[in-house]
Design a protein around this ligand. Structure first.
Ligand code: SAM
Ligand code: SF4
Length: 477
């Protein structure tokens, strides 16, 4: 049997990872997928074909937590009876939060893997294969910084790159600081080398990931040590410019050389830190995409103070106005929490007023869900569920009208999209994103499969726009 330190090429069967939650979790799943491949597993098309199943859970709201638990329960009915080789793991934020309790009521579960222990998957699999039961790996790494090599599956054009982990903000509603621990950053120089390696391997778009990217480098000495987020963006731009200038990469894609780093995305930024320097980065760095996700959570100063996220609304608005002036056409998106404890009709009206003022290109609105251990628990859950739902629906109505108008402004434009494969709703329709991160669906020409377009930059003319979708036609191939 292989030891965990060895990379096994001997086929061990198939893996399937079911992911819940945010981009951070999607990235963690990519990482576990890549480790599984190193360990001799290949990807299963369906959960029932797999010999290794991992549920990567999310605990940001009670609903997401329940979803992860119930889907794990579904597998229990027949899973191991049909396949005695089957190993089942529960990973991610709920695993970190509930630890040993996850095993209670889940006797079929072989291992629990916390958010800071995902790279220990080989060791955990080894222990399970040796017959150990209920293997649990949930510790936090005590070091101030951390090191990592981004893993992507071969052939991928887009990659998530973790630049930091954890969060020290402790917004009063949020469980993340408890499930992902204290804020730590990778070194800027390491990230640049990591991205260079990805680009040489064919990656053209990266998304820099952190719960609060503007705090990048603080654990390493910040400005004094040359470790800040704007410096990282500039270093990546310089690295990509140099690769193109030296001919290491070929943006035309015709020579067979890697196409170079074309798009730098990042998420998530915090309104308190989105300052002049960040606006300058957007205005001057050509590879940073014209998209900003800046979660505001509420338009009421009173609610923002209770969320421990207070930024004067006028400052927030004026920075976004300045950004739009410097980067015309930039898409701006946000997150909102509806029905936070103590939210009155007047507070909610301020949120609606804010979205009408900013006119976001898209937004994600969630009804408040009390989370264990968070500061906001002491306020109670005072807004009744039916009121939360009604406000949520009213807000989405307002936003749907704004989005319809904004999407209709796209009609007739030809946008360069990076194709991401099939649309989740129809395998025969291709889907991709514009530079501003708008999703566009289009039908490939006859004789061209959706798979053949995956990872390609394509000119698409927008021919149809509703509140929620843009459809287009391929201009030429
Ligand atoms: N770090 C990011 C930030 O500061 O905005 C994102 C954090 S979280 C993964 C994504 C979104 O979930 C948040 O922006 C917030 O809108 C929502 N969220 C977090 N905790 C919540 C809760 N207890 N109830 C409802 N929504 C919540
Ligand atoms: Fe949660 Fe606030 Fe940290 Fe975002 S910034 S992860 S909302 S504590």
């Amino acid at each position: 049997m292989d030891t965990p330190a060895q990379t096994s090429s001997a086929p061990r069967g198939k893996y399937f990872i079911k992911t819940f939650g945010c981009q951070m979790n999607l990235h963690d799943s990519d990482r576990m997928a890549s480790t599984s491949v190193d360990q001799g597993y290949s990807e299963a098309a369906e959960i029932n074909e797999a010999d290794l199943v991992i549920f990567n859970s999310c605990s940001i709201r009670d609903k997401s937590e329940q979803k992860a638990y119930s889907s794990m329960g579904l597998l229990r009915k027949d899973g191991k009876k049909n396949n005695p080789k089957l190993k089942i793991g529960f990973a991610g934020c709920v695993a970190q939060q509930d630890r040993k309790e996850v095993f209670d009521g889940a006797p079929h579960l072989d291992f629990v893997l916390g958010t800071d222990s995902l790279d220990q998957l080989p060791e955990v699999l080894y222990r399970v294969e040796r017959g150990e039961r209920r293997v649990m790996q949930v510790g936090f790494d005590p070091a101030n910084d951390y090191s990592l090599e981004t893993k992507v599956l071969p052939g991928k054009a887009a990659a998530y790159v973790n630049i930091m982990k954890g969060c020290d903000n402790f917004c009063s509603y949020c469980i993340v600081p408890f499930t992902r621990g204290r804020e730590k950053s990778r070194r800027l120089e390491e990230i640049v080398q990591d991205v260079k390696r990805l680009v040489l391997g064919g990656v053209v778009e990266i998304t820099l990931l952190g719960q609060n990217v503007n705090s990048f480098g603080k654990s390493l000495g910040g400005e004094a040590a040359g470790q800040t987020f704007p410096r990282l963006l500039r270093a990546l731009q310089v690295m990509a410019d140099e690769m193109d200038a030296r001919g290491t990469t070929d943006p035309t894609g015709r020579s067979g050389r890697p196409r170079g780093l074309r798009r730098i995305r990042y998420t998530t930024s915090h309104p308190k830190d989105f300052d002049e320097e960040m606006i300058e980065c957007h205005a001057t760095l050509s590879r940073v995409v014209p998209h900003l996700h800046l979660p505001v959570q509420s338009g009421s100063p009173k609610v923002l103070k209770r969320m421990k996220r207070y930024v004067p609304i006028e400052l927030y608005v004026s920075r976004l106005e300045e950004l739009r002036r410097r980067v015309p056409g930039i898409t701006i998106t946000t997150d909102l929490i509806i029905g936070f404890p103590g939210e009155t009709e007047a507070d909610f009206a301020q949120t609606v007023e804010l979205i009408e003022r900013i006119r976001y290109d898209n937004l994600y609105a969630y009804t408040y869900s009390p989370r264990p251990g968070t500061h906001a628990l002491k306020f109670g859950d005072t807004v009744p569920e039916d009121v939360k739902k009604a406000r949520h629906a009213r807000l989405l109505d307002v936003q749907a009208n704004i989005q319809k108008e904004k999407n209709r402004e796209q009609l007739g434009r030809v946008e360069e999209i990076l194709c991401e494969g099939a649309s989740p709703r129809d395998p025969l329709v291709a889907s991709g994103r514009t530079l501003g991160m708008r999703v566009v669906n289009f039908v490939p020409p006859k004789d061209v499969s959706v798979a053949a377009l995956d990872g390609k930059f394509l000119p698409v003319r927008i021919t149809d726009a509703t509140s929620f979708t843009l459809n287009g036609e391929l201009e030429l191939l």
